[in-house]
Write a protein that binds this ligand. Structure first.
Ligand code: GDP
Ligand code: GDP
Length: 445
């Protein structure tokens, strides 16, 4: 979670940007400066980032004293709490003494700042020139009201995160023991999901409470699983149980897309259950696509292994089929088991944990750049228009799933096939088997 504070004097448009990023009307926007607004920190996603929009409304009410002193105190605190600050000025009204005061506070703070010139609709960057004076780098011209410049703002934020080595996931790591690992078991009807869940609960004796936590439209079962070294609290999304609890009598033969998506979105690791006797059908591939698109870690369970005769041969073939049918899952872990008999079911949880680890993997910048040098030397990007494209620098900007930005010349001209080559090579080189890997190419030095 990237903690973001939007800082600026009253009336520059902070609430308007807050609302825009939040995607709905939350804060009350008022022409009158200093109107008390009712809002709280809000968790959103901005592009690839999970962002906590910090509540900086009413900074000016922070304490007694002059407005100037109050703004200073409130701002200092908000900025200290944030991973990154957007400092917003009003490009229409021009800079004021208050802007300069706040800029001074921000320059003195270690928190990285993205300077934002708002209300530039129709004027673009021209409206933002004056803001250069503040000594906080290049201003990003936006119109919060009209939604202009949001892509530039995002890019500036992503670059700042990268340049300053901000780790957006550090909070999650602080006490991983207390956060259950979220697992969803998905697959088409009759693949054996309910049987698998029941067997897991029986065999692994992981149920900690007598009651599953029941929410409006889902059932979450909480376990603790031990890998021998540590305990893993596990929250399992039980779509199958949900159906039963809902007392739906007839078996749902149709894949409920909504259920599956909800389950995948809930999960950190998605377990895709496939029927060994009817492997890799269209619905299986569709679910695999969901998982990849949502960026979740994955494990494939090939179930009903008791019905397979030549298991060695079948395992080999199915592994190849998995690679072919789901290239986006390259190297994903596959477990062959029987949910009915319980055979090999003990292999599943360790694989889930490994996939989770891959999903959280961090590659050191130095290692990543050594890798980049190696792959580019081995297989350089194609020359476009007779000119070679140079890959300059790689950095991992986030985990869950591992996401890397590579700065290169003419990023837009690098063919998709080359980007895929980089993804696959990264996966192999860093043994990221259970997770999507994202590679973005961006223009820049
Ligand atoms: P805050 O006090 O910094 O939170 O500012 P608000 O978000 O309440 O905005 C103050 C005023 O500026 C409101 O009247 C907004 O409608 C207006 N405003 C915000 N963004 C823009 C913009 O991009 N262009 C223009 N023209 N007005 C804006
Ligand atoms: P779901 O719709 O994915 O939840 O599937 P179910 O768990 O209800 O299983 C569908 C059918 O497959 C049931 O008749 C199960 O008994 C059967 N089944 C599930 N797992 C296995 C298995 O490992 N081996 C065999 N032979 N049958 C299984």
């Amino acid at each position: 979670m990237l903690k973001l504070a939007i800082i600026g004097r009253p009336n520059v448009g902070k609430s308007t940007l807050f609302n825009r990023l939040a995607g709905r009307k939350l804060a009350i926007v008022d022409d009158q400066p200093g109107v008390t607004r009712d809002r709280r920190d809000l968790d959103i996603t901005f592009g690839d980032f999970d962002v906590r929009l910090m509540d900086t409304a009413g900074l000016e009410d922070a304490a007694d004293g002059s407005l100037q002193a109050r703004m200073r105190e409130g701002t200092e605190k908000a900025v200290a709490d944030a991973d990154i600050a957007f400092f917003m000025v009003d490009a229409r009204s021009g800079l004021t003494a208050q802007d300069r005061n706040l800029a001074e506070i921000l320059r003195a703070s270690p928190t990285p700042v993205v300077l934002v010139a708002n209300k530039t609709e129709g004027r673009g960057e021209e409206g933002a020139y004056e803001a250069y004076e503040l000594g906080l780098g290049d201003p990003i011209a936006i119109s919060a009201e009209h939604g202009e410049g949001m892509a530039d703002l995002y890019q500036a934020m992503a670059e700042t995160v990268e340049r300053h080595g901000i780790d957006p996931d550090k909070d999650e790591e602080e006490d991983p023991e207390f956060k259950p690992l979220r697992v969803a078991i998905v697959g088409r009807p009759n693949a054996g999901k309910s049987t698998l869940i029941n067997k897991l609960l029986q065999e692994e004796r992981m149920l900690t409470g007598p009651e599953a936590g029941i929410t409006r439209d889902s059932i979450e079962v909480d376990w603790v699983w031990s890998d021998g070294e540590r305990d893993w609290p596990v929250a399992l999304w039980d779509t199958a149980g949900m159906r039963k609890k809902a007392k739906v009598q007839e078996k749902l033969e149709k894949l409920s897309v909504g259920d599956t998506l909800r389950a995948v979105r809930f999960s950190e690791v998605a377990v895709l259950v496939i029927d060994a006797t009817q492997p890799f059908e269209k619905q299986d591939l569709q679910i695999a696509d969901f998982i990849a698109e949502e960026g979740r870690a994955a494990v494939i369970v090939v179930n009903k292994w008791d019905l397979v005769e030549d298991t060695d041969l079948a395992a080999k073939e199915l592994r190849l089929d998995a690679l072919r049918a789901m290239p986006q899952f390259g190297g994903v872990r596959v477990v062959f088991l029987s949910a009915l008999t319980g055979r090999y079911i003990d292999k599943l949880m360790p694989m889930i944990v490994e996939a989770y680890r891959d999903w959280n993997a961090k590659v050191k910048t130095a290692e990543l750049n050594r890798w980049l040098e190696g792959v580019v030397a081995h297989h350089p990007p194609p020359a476009v228009g007779g000119r070679r494209i140079k890959m300059r620098y790689a950095a991992q900007i986030k985990t869950r799933p591992p996401t890397v930005v590579i700065k290169c010349q003419r990023a837009a001209e690098v063919p998709e096939s080359y980007r895929r080559y980089l993804v696959n090579s990264m996966r192999e080189s860093f043994e990221l088997e259970g997770t999507p890997v994202r590679v973005f190419l961006r223009a820049g030095e």
